[in-house]
Ligand binder design. Sequence first.
Ligand code: AKG
Ligand code: FE2
Length: 350
Amino acid sequence: MTVSDARQDDALPAPTMSSDITLKIESIDRVHRPDPEDFKREYVDKRRPVVITGMMDHWPAMERWDLDYFRKFFGDLDVQANIQDLDSKVILGQIGKFQSMELTELFDKIEHDEQPNQAKYLRAYPVHKMLEHYPDLEEDYELPSLAPNWADIRFPAQPATPTGNPLRALGLWAARKLLNRGSDKKASTRTVSARLAAVMFVGSKGTITPFHTDGMQTSAYLCQVLGRKRCYFVSPDQHDRLYPRAFRRQFGMSTVDYRRPELEKHPKFRNVVVEETVLNPGEILYVPNGYWHAIESLDFSISYSHQVVNENNAFDWLRCIPERYLAEAYFKFKGGLHNITGAKDWDDWK
Ligand SMILES: O=C(O)CCC(=O)C(=O)O
Ligand SMILES: [Fe+2]
């Protein structure tokens, strides 16, 4: 596995991260078509993010996906468009407002209504909803066969490493039962696997997804089809420096605005060490479970993100289930969490 050198691209805009903290530019490894065993040993087991190159070149999505293609097949989907006010606080759930509209209306706004300090985002829209509309979308992408994914029907959910811990063994068994039937039958959209599996991101230049960890302790492959994205990372051991909201394990949301932090209110943020990279079209970002990340688009962008559960995080995934119901009740009560994704509401997203 060759790990390539830092980038030499002067054309990139300057990072937007606050200058009060330590920022390690281009500190994320890039690996070209890694061998699955090396990938597992170096990144999955060590829980390190990495950019994978050369594994999307043959995807039909690379040729097909653009606003017109999505408009043609998904134009009448009801979505929650995130109209982001880039001058407001950069905190998940607080950045801009959500407006209910048909996808085609959002695309018209993206194309014809450019405004300074505003970005428009269809964020984390569930791909199973798109597949109900147009099942052939599935032909456009293919997941990297790198780490086994129990949320993906193609991989039989077998733990490779025996565990001496009976509780863990029971947890892994239960997670396997819930997630994957280990067959190559097409997953029905009603199965846990299909619902967990994938989300789509389509947005104008400048969109931001502020610091968070992915829900239910899943890992992710963020597959970049169009445009570039700047990605910031904070390792899980530094979580207190990001001042997470309640239910951090289930879905971590930082309450610090990383562009303009209030250091009197969040003094520990000063000590945070942030790693940075830029994801280009045709590249896949692997985000380990529990790893904090914030993502900004540098261009008009389309990305497809696939969630991963396997023996490394299945036990954590299972332990999040009770907390998920608590968090759901809490955020519904506060009237909020639907304001995170492009789906109509929490129930539509699940
Ligand atoms: O691209 C984005 O805006 C966010 C992506 C992300 O957080 C993910 O794939 O987990
Ligand atoms: Fe994420």
